[in-house]
Write a protein that binds this ligand. Structure first.
Ligand code: 13P
Length: 305
């Protein structure tokens, strides 16, 4: 089926199913193009919690669809490709988190949304890359177990007075970026500001001009006067950047910034998901109710610096 017919068919099925298509900023260009909303993890969580659609087609990875299910249990949540996982989220389990909690009985647990529903269920509150510092600072406890991303934990640690106990996970895509990439790009493009995601290594974050979630990177790039900006996050982010800023040039900090899991969702799999209402992502009630408390608490934390 050609692109035009595929798009028409998806739009027809979407209306029939009373569905909304949410796509993360890392999705393929054509998936972002067809989506009703694109955004970072935080924006998509808020949309999942508030949409009136009966079906959510979540174009992202498994933990994102699970979060949508936790926040909107009465809806059908479709993840067009169930193999779209997240090795960072898989780096911690309920069992290993419980062991950490036993080691630090007085610490609060903050889980980055890149975690399973079971891990969220054992957490006091969730956070995303756009609100991690505010979330940690909103807690009464002085000690915080922060899971599973050690780089985001390091970023939080530099921006809070609380003691952060990190988990040793990281995102393999962001791990690719090194100090040498920053030095090389600064030499090649001396006037271009560098904006990176907080999942980057601490030494990369320290050398960048700006750090933020994918949506914060997009806002930053639009706000600076320079017409060339270096981007330190997954390549899919370039789609919205180019669309919103046709006069600007965006250069990836390093050449290997593709998350293979994020690219598994295709227009064909979206169409098939809308046709069959499969594959659905569900979370057992006893896990969901506890995970809901942590996610919903995150949504109530005041955003902003
Ligand atoms: P944000 O959506 O918060 O920018 O982070 C996305 C992510 O999962 C990075 O791997």
């Amino acid at each position: 089926m050609d692109l035009l017919h595929l798009t028409e068919e998806i739009n027809r099925l979407k209306a029939e199913r009373k569905a909304v298509i949410l796509a993360h900023n890392y999705q393929r260009d054509e998936v972002q193009e067809i989506a009703d909303h694109t955004g970072d993890s935080f924006a998509l969580s808020k949309l999942a919690a508030s949409t009136e659609a009966e079906v959510i087609v979540f174009c992202g990875v498994h933990f994102m669809a699970e979060s949508a299910c936790i926040l909107s249990p009465e809806k059908i949540i479709l993840l067009p490709d169930l193999d779209a996982g997240c090795p960072l989220a898989d780096s911690i389990t309920a069992e290993t988190l419980n062991r950490k909690k036993e080691e630090y009985p007085n610490a609060a647990v903050v889980s980055y949304v890149n975690s399973s529903a079971e891990v969220k269920a054992l957490s006091d509150i969730c956070c995303t890359s756009s609100n991690a510092v505010q979330t940690v600072n909103s807690l009464e406890e002085d000690e915080v177990i922060f899971v599973p991303d050690r780089n985001l934990a390091a970023f939080v640690s530099r921006n809070t007075d609380k003691v952060i106990i990190p988990w040793d996970g990281c995102c393999v895509t962001h791990y690719h970026m090194t100090r040498e990439d920053i030095f090389r790009q600064r030499e090649l493009h001396p006037n271009a500001p560098i904006s990176v995601h907080p999942e980057c290594r601490p030494e990369v974050v320290a050398l960048a001009d700006h750090v933020g979630s994918t949506s914060a990177i997009i806002d930053y790039a639009a706000s600076v006067p320079e017409d060339k900006i270096i981007i330190g996050t997954e390549a899919g982010t370039l789609y919205r950047l180019k669309k919103a800023n046709p006069g600007k040039e965006f250069i990836l900090l390093s050449p290997d910034l593709v998350c293979p899991n994020m690219k598994l969702v295709t227009l064909e799999s979206i169409k098939a998901a809308l046709e069959t209402l499969e594959p659905q992502v569900t979370v057992p009630d006893e896990v969901r109710e506890k995970a809901y408390r942590a996610l919903d608490r995150m949504l109530t934390v005041k955003q902003g610096p």
